[in-house]
Design a protein around this ligand. Structure first.
Ligand code: GDP
Length: 348
């Protein structure tokens, strides 16, 4: 997942550490506890002019412990430009890129007194905090369900083909494994074959499904699904909906009606990570018109750029809840900002 971004971030990290190292240690004897002529085992000084590579990143180990380190904007300007380009080319939205760069600047520029750590770990720590700052907190669905009156009603919406129906099934499977009882409402009565598709999923994962005929009022189906959950003391209702109608206003009014009738506790917007910034723009528009409580990004396994996953929470101010990571029912992982940052920047 996000392998391309990981590689490029590691390179940007090495470049940044290299710039600081070069600025901090014109005379390495003064600033480094490991003079270049006698590097400790496995530790080497950075050659600032050499091209930054991921392997170089792991070699920036010179410690600056005995005196203060002062970093000026000029010294790291080139490395910051590179980081900015890396993020933009990875499809990270511009305001999110700006936020990351601003955070890194604020954190790095100025004095670092007896930092007691390697330049590289200073840089990695800064990059991690900058990313955590934009990634938000995630959304723990299991905790939410535990702390909420039952049935918890969850409405799924999103563009057709992005993996919405599969996501409903995956989350059903996930919740079943966590010990919750689940019913699925087949609320996509618009698209031909949609009811059969979710029915097959429900049978495979052993979850009850409530369905009507194609063309039926989705609000009525989902109302029935909620009634079923109430009368059978089911913990969670997962409501599938159509991703598209004749017109956008038709879709909006259908969703409005569903909201009124079903009164969902959570509205989840589903889109695919591979859509990059388009997914972010669509999520923003959806949130503005209909409102969303959280986002699921599917097909993260096919996305090496990572831009949507990084941008979405900061852009729409709603948490990313799950990442879809494949076509099997257990190919879904609760989104963890710390986990993502570790995957992108953790020491190889
Ligand atoms: P919907 O039209 O939005 O309901 O989309 P579907 O659920 O029918 O999924 C469309 C296609 O995307 C199917 O072939 C799914 O198997 C596939 N898909 C869904 N989620 C993922 C995912 O996380 N990773 C991958 N690789 N494929 C996925």
């Amino acid at each position: 997942m996000f392998g391309g971004l990981r590689e490029r971030l590691q390179a940007a990290r090495a470049r940044l550490a290299g710039s600081i190292q070069a600025a901090a240690a014109p005379d390495p004897e003064k600033n480094s506890s490991h003079p270049p002529s006698h590097p400790a085992s496995g530790e080497h000084d950075v050659q600032p002019d050499s091209p930054a590579t991921p392997s170089l990143a792991s070699k920036v180990k010179t410690f600056i412990i005995d005196r203060e380190l002062v970093i000026s904007e000029k010294e790291i300007a080139g490395a910051l430009d590179e980081l900015e380009i890396t993020l933009l080319e990875s499809d990270v939205a511009l305001p999110v890129t700006d936020a990351v760069i601003a955070h890194v600047k604020k954190d790095l520029i100025g004095k670092h007194r007896r930092i007691g750590q390697s330049v590289d770990s200073l840089v990695v720590g800064t990059l991690k905090m900058a990313l955590l700052n934009v990634l938000g907190k995630g959304f723990d669905l299991t905790e939410y369900i535990k702390n909420h009156g039952h049935p918890v009603k969850i409405l799924f919406t999103g563009v057709n083909g992005t993996g919405k129906t599969t996501t409903v099934a995956k989350i059903g499977f996930f919740l079943k494994q966590k010990g919750f009882t689940v019913v699925i409402g087949a609320g996509d009565t618009y698209r031909a074959g949609a009811i059969e598709q979710i029915e097959v999923h429900a049978q495979r994962i052993g979850i009850k499904i409530i369905q009507h005929q194609q063309g039926a009022d989705p609000s009525a189906v989902l109302f029935d699904a909620v009634q079923y959950a109430v009368s059978h003391k089911i913990d969670v209702v997962l409501a599938d909906t159509a991703g598209r109608f004749h017109t956008k206003s038709n879709l909006m009014s259908q969703l409005e009606k569903i909201r009124r009738v079903m009164k969902p506790d959570l509205v989840i917007y589903v889109d695919e990570a591979i859509a990059g910034n388009d997914a972010v723009v669509r999520a923003l528009e959806f949130d503005r018109t209909v409102g969303a409580d959280a986002v699921v990004l599917t097909k993260a396994d096919m996305d090496s750029r990572g831009g949507a996953a990084i941008s979405i929470a900061h852009t729409i101010k709603k948490p990313l809840m799950f990442l879809g990571t494949g076509q099997a029912y257990d190919d879904i992982i609760p989104f963890s900002p710390e986990g993502m940052v570790e995957e992108l920047l953790g020491d190889a």
